[in-house]
Design a protein around this ligand. Structure first.
Ligand code: ZN
Length: 109
């Protein structure tokens, strides 16, 4: 059986060769010798300090959990309008995506 595709191949934890700024919050720093989250795109690499990396990975974990739930219970959730394009559907344009995710998450618990 073929190995499952690695959908995280553009992510890695790397050790900084030199000091740099965090790409999420410019006030954050990554010191030389410190580990950081590297997110590689075609022509660039984004650097995230450990604080931001924890938040990004935590959010990604929640998104994975929601995708797993959607995969298992998808047709009902799609029918109920809880998800649109694979993400929790906001009730209105004013509802931030994080709030929609929390609301939909509570309904599924
Ligand atoms: Zn940061």
């Amino acid at each position: 059986m073929p190995k499952p595709r690695n959908i995280f191949s553009h992510l890695s934890i790397e050790m900084a060769a030199r000091a740099s700024k965090c790409d999420r919050k410019r006030a954050h720093h990554v010191d030389a010798g410190e580990y950081y989250l590297a997110v590689k795109a075609r022509n660039s690499t984004k650097t995230y300090c450990q604080h931001c990396a924890r938040e990004i990975l935590s959010s990604a974990g929640n998104q994975l959990s929601e995708l797993r739930t959607l995969l298992e219970r998808g047709p009902n959730l799609l029918f109920a309008g809880l998800y649109r394009d694979g993400v929790p559907a906001p009730l209105s344009k004013k509802e931030p995506p994080q709030a929609a995710a929390r609301r939909v998450g509570r309904l599924l618990d």
